[in-house]
Design a protein around this ligand. Structure first.
Ligand code: TYD
Ligand code: MG
Length: 484
């Protein structure tokens, strides 16, 4: 068999070239050539692994075999929750996140959980714990060892069951995997591994994609779950994870501030479970810990409310989370005012500033505006509108939001408040955490749900407009002993 070679294929017009060029000569598009492995011509190749040379005959829907999903639990409840119950055999899972957020830590803890789990199906070496193969291209074996001992894994049974391979060549990793028969293969990270047959450096789009394809083949062929770790930068700039998303079965992302302690794990795609679940972790001295009371986890301290802070009752999937939204506004010194949003959609912020100015008398056009979600979270749900608007108004007027207040609600262009989903669930959680007042849109609290006047000790204040909400939420100037 001839050694496979690579071509540079234009992602727009699919023309292929022998060498990389900045512009596609066929269609004129720029920077669209991606190195791709040349496989045997499509017509001469058997359709897919496992099927015969003839095209597969179609099967009636009723006749399709139901896959048997024996999930392998990772021993980390929050991770299993996000995966939909555990790792599915033959699935390819991408764990993405910014550098330093804790991906390797999570994956190593999960590997330990899997390797030492008794419950799983008897694959590998029964009784001895099943091996997990951890291919690390990112860190040397020594660095990995340091992390493992920090997590307390070196002396336990995981110390024997996790097999570390310091290797970046995908084919060699897979050769090893074929002899070791791990129950799970971890590749940390997909940006550091490469295929010999391609010329591009590790981390280039072509390498990342072809390597992932090769690992996918292995996962499906052997029925072994493969976990890929992938770096994404703040602007999603790095080649890789984005191009991988359509290829893998599940995409998990770990977010949180590197310095801060809290981490949120989300599934942004999951073929074997819901994308609604989130997992909450705290990064400690000895690794990631599950958080007992996640709803409270992203709240800042209990100190006196400062102007510019508002508590949002958000819903992450089925899980209510209370998070602090912070805003700081200051008269712009010169030129275009700055608008900086962290964890908040920039366009949404711009829109809210316009609505605040036109409909609620909160004029911020000539102010620099900084807004962020505490704890390094990125929150994209509409219910964040109202707390964000309140934080902005609070900062401008230099009056804190009434203590013990949460808010949730979408804001329309006319300054009207719109209902959000699962409002009662959010409010119950706020009540449980000791909040006294909730400022929410008037109207139903969810599909077919009437909004009560109070939930336990939580008073429900419903408003029709943003102007009304701002008036009710901010403490009156005189009654505020802040900082006293
Ligand atoms: P790491 O898992 O290496 O991140 P990633 O693989 O996403 O790049 O962890 C990064 C940070 O976590 C590192 O700065 C140190 C910190 N950390 C802890 O605080 N406690 C721990 O037990 C470990 C292992 C790491
Ligand atoms: Mg790492």
């Amino acid at each position: 068999m001839a050694r496979p070679t690579s071509r540079y294929v234009c992602q727009v017009c699919a023309e292929s070239f022998l060498r990389w060029e900045g512009q596609c000569r066929a269609c004129g598009a720029w920077n669209t050539l991606v190195e791709t492995l040349v496989r045997e011509p499509a017509h001469a190749r058997p359709a897919a692994a496992g099927s015969a040379g003839d095209a597969a005959a179609p099967t009636p829907l009723r006749g399709l075999a139901e896959p048997e999903l024996v999930r392998r639990t990772t021993g980390i409840g929050e991770l299993d929750r996000v995966l939909g119950g555990g790792l599915v055999p033959g699935s390819l899972v991408l764990l993405g996140g910014e550098p330093g957020v804790g991906k390797s830590t999570l994956v190593l803890s999960a590997a330990a959980g899997i390797a030492t789990a008794d419950g799983g199906p008897p694959v590998g070496r029964p009784g001895n714990g099943a091996p997990v193969l951890y291919a690390s291209g990112e860190e040397s074996a020594g660095q990995l060892r340091l992390r493992a001992s920090r997590l307390g894994l070196t002396d336990g049974p995981a110390g024997d069951a996790i097999l570390v391979l310091a290797e970046t060549d995908v084919e060699r990793i897979l050769e090893r995997a074929m002899t070791v028969h791990p129950v799970v293969l971890v590749v940390d990270s997909i940006q550091t591994v490469s295929l010999d047959a391609l010329d591009g450096p590790p981390g280039s789009v072509g390498q990342v994609r072809e390597s992932a394809l090769r690992l996918l083949q292995y996962a499906k062929g052997e029925g072994i779950p493969v976990v890929l770790v992938g770096h994404v930068t703040k602007d999603g700039g790095l080649a890789g994870p984005k191009t991988l998303e359509h290829l893998v079965d599940a995409v998990l992302t770990l977010e949180g501030e590197r310095g801060g302690g809290m981490r949120l794990l989300r599934a942004t795609k999951n073929r074997f479970g819901s994308t609604e679940e989130v997992g909450v972790f705290a990064m400690g001295e000895d690794g990631l810990h599950e958080v007992a009371d996640p709803a409270r986890a992203f709240l800042a301290g209990d100190g006196p409310a400062a102007p510019g802070s508002a508590i949002a009752a958000t819903l992450e999937g089925s899980r209510p989370l209370l998070v602090e939204v912070q805003a700081l506004v200051a008269p712009a010194a010169y030129g275009m005012p700055r608008r900086t949003a962290t964890g908040i959609d920039q366009n949404r912020l711009a829109l809210l500033l316009a609505v605040l100015a036109r409909r609620a008398g909160v004029a911020l056009a000539s102010h620099d505006v900084y807004a962020s979600v505490a704890g390094g979270l990125a929150i994209e749900e509409p219910a964040l509108d109202l707390p964000l608007a309140l934080a902005l108004a609070s900062s401008l007027r230099d009056r804190p939001v009434l203590p013990g207040t949460v808010a949730a609600g979408e804001i329309g262009l006319l300054g009207e408040l719109r209902p959000v989903s699962g409002l009662v669930r959010r409010l119950r959680e706020a009540e449980r955490l000791g909040f006294e007042r909730a400022i929410v849109p008037a109207g139903p609290g969810g599909p077919g749900e009437r909004l009560p006047d109070s939930i336990g000790r939580l008073q429900v204040v419903s408003c029709r407009t943003l102007r009304e909400a701002v008036g009710l939420a901010l403490a009156s100037g005189a009654a505020q002993p802040v900082g006293s």
